[in-house]
Write a protein that binds this ligand. Structure first.
Ligand SMILES: Nc1ncnc2c1ncn2[C@@H]1O[C@H](COP(=O)(O)OP(=O)(O)OP(=O)(O)O)[C@@H](O)[C@H]1O
Length: 313
């Protein structure tokens, strides 16, 4: 698989975020391993990676919640904490505890009062869709409502960089749609949005750049389309009549996965042309043949599995 860590980011724009050879270890675990990357104004960037890949640690380093063992983290030309004190960074963390014995409105007003460039609390609540629960105690909220409140806190003021760790977990469909519409507006106004997610369809739909982390290293960096294309493999689906000789199909060249369901066969192949030629060579005549590129989810799995295989050699 070719190198996927070259980004087409503009060379002339001053980066919003710069990581240079950043490493963070916990005991023997290298959570972030020599990570270098740049984020630029107006980018919406998805941070993907399997469990334990180092996404949350990367965001914590970016927010100054953790210190790197080596390397440098730069945010708007300063350290992360200075950038936060200056109000340039808004964040929504995965399990960010919410103050319990206050109402939603009180909490949002507090967040606004602490921000150097605050928005009006009523505006912030309307944007997050929590006006109707403004008088409710924070410890009485459902999971999705609490998530909306975290979203409000992350957008309490005019920040230039918005960091979101799995932001839509627990949100219903309409909350998700409203959330991403707001984030899109924020990016259109020149803000940088960085979000970690396990929802690959969200990354595909929302992000104009996708970073794939694996064991603390950057495995891929590009648009979703580039990552899908560079993963190489393609999906092939077809129907067969009569008895299916599954062992023979499993022996097809370039096959990376196969699923037989009834008369329908779905395979993933590193060289779809060669696989289909070999299929005809078996004397098998597929009907309804479809060949398509990988979705971001399959590309992600292909990239991370290829890396696992490389490391276990
Ligand atoms: N405080 C800690 N002490 C010890 N090990 C930690 C600590 N925090 C994270 N780790 C380890 O560092 C690695 C990276 O964890 P991190 O939470 O950054 O990954 P992640 O990509 O956010 O994972 P997930 O998708 O599961 O949220 C994991 O192996 C994790 O077990």
């Amino acid at each position: 698989m070719e190198d996927m860590t070259t980004t087409a980011a503009p060379a002339t724009t001053t980066p919003v975020v710069g990581f240079d050879q950043v490493t963070k270890t916990y005991g023997s675990v290298r959570a972030v391993d020599g990570l270098s990357l740049r984020l630029y104004p107006g980018e919406t960037v998805a941070l993907l990676g399997p469990n334990g890949a180092g996404k949350s640690t990367t965001l914590d380093l970016l927010l100054g919640l953790k210190n790197a063992d080596s390397g440098t983290v730069n945010v708007f030309g300063t350290g992360p904490r200075e950038a936060i004190v200056a109000g340039r960074v808004g964040a929504m963390l995965q399990s960010g505890g919410l103050m319990e014995d206050v109402t939603v409105a009180e909490l949002v007003k507090l967040a606004c009062s602490l921000h150097p460039k605050p928005y009006k609390a009523a505006e912030v609540m309307a944007r997050a869709g929590i006006t109707q629960i403004a008088d409710r105690k924070v410890n009485k909220l459902s999971g999705g409502q609490a998530q909306r409140v975290r979203f409000a806190l992350a957008t309490a003021g005019d920040s230039d960089l918005i960091i979101l760790d799995e932001p839509t977990t627990g949100m219903d469909v309409s909350a998700r749609q409203a959330f991403w519409a707001t984030m899109r507006e924020q990016a259109d106004q020149g803000r940088t949005v960085l979000f970690a997610t396990h929802y690959l369809e969200e990354a595909d739909a929302i992000a104009d750049r996708v970073l794939v982390l694996h064991r603390g290293r950057l495995l891929a960096d590009g648009t979703a389309a580039e990552i899908k294309a560079k993963a190489g493999a393609r999906r092939v689906a077809f129907d067969l009549e009569g008895d299916i000789d599954e062992p023979a199909l499993r022996g097809l060249p370039f096959l990376t996965s196969i699923d037989v369901s009834g008369q329908t066969v779905r395979i993933q192949s590193a060289d779809a042309d060669a696989t289909v030629r070999a299929l005809y060579g078996l004397g098998v005549y597929p009907r309804n043949l479809e060949v398509a590129g990988l979705g971001l989810e399959q590309a992600f799995v292909a990239i991370t599995e290829a890396e696992e295989a490389k490391q276990s050699c």
